[in-house]
Design a protein around this ligand. Structure first.
Ligand code: FMN
Length: 169
């Protein structure tokens, strides 16, 4: 792509980007615990970058269970939505466009981030071998929760109860 084109508008579905510079989602670990609310730093950070054609936010969990790293913001509580509103207002004031990236990290998590310190929940039966960033350091991912399996899908839905750990690890 020539440099000239980089600064030409681009039609992306219903919106027109004034240029073709798109900011990739970048996890910043700056949300404010315990509510994991986007902080004033996030408002400044995204506002400062509003001249890009499009900003994509850091990935943001859709539930507490969906969090996998320390201090990542959520978008499931009123307080978090209000925090994001400040971000989007700032970006819009400066003429920018912003999309949020949402995630549920599945097995890439740690019990210290999970509701009541329980095990992470994921579709895969395999324990992740990587590390996640929690408590200021890189830590092994912990075992995920397992659920009872039923042939009948209705019974499966009704019995989403974790099986005692140990037995499956
Ligand atoms: C510090 C850091 C945080 C990142 N956070 C996210 C994220 O929240 N969501 C995502 O999809 N990608 C994330 N990425 C990946 C980047 O958005 C991007 O895809 C990648 O860095 C691009 O190029 P590369 O393949 O040349 O590294 C992150 C990357 C870095 C270095």
């Amino acid at each position: 792509m020539s440099q000239t084109k980089l600064f030409e508008p681009f039609k992306l579905g219903p919106i027109t980007l004034p240029n073709r510079l798109v900011m990739a989602p970048l996890t910043r670990n700056r949300a404010v615990p315990p509510g994991m609310v986007p902080s004033p730093l996030a408002t400044d950070y995204y506002g400062q970058r509003a001249s890009a054609g499009l900003l994509i936010t850091e990935a943001s969990q859709v539930s507490q269970q969906g969090q996998g790293y320390q201090d990542t913001p959520g978008i499931y509580s009123k307080e978090q939505v209000a925090g994001w509103r400040k971000v989007t207002d700032r970006v819009h004031e400066k003429g920018g466009r912003i999309f949020i990236q949402i995630w549920h990290v599945g097995r890439i998590s740690h019990d210290s981030l999970q509701p009541n310190g329980s095990k992470p929940v994921a579709p895969s039966a395999i324990r992740a071998k990587g590390k996640t960033f929690v408590n200021g350091t890189f830590t092994d991912e912990c075992a995920r929760r397992r659920f009872r399996r039923h042939r009948n899908p209705r019974r499966q839905r009704l019995s989403a109860r974790p099986v005692r750990q140990g037995r499956h690890q």
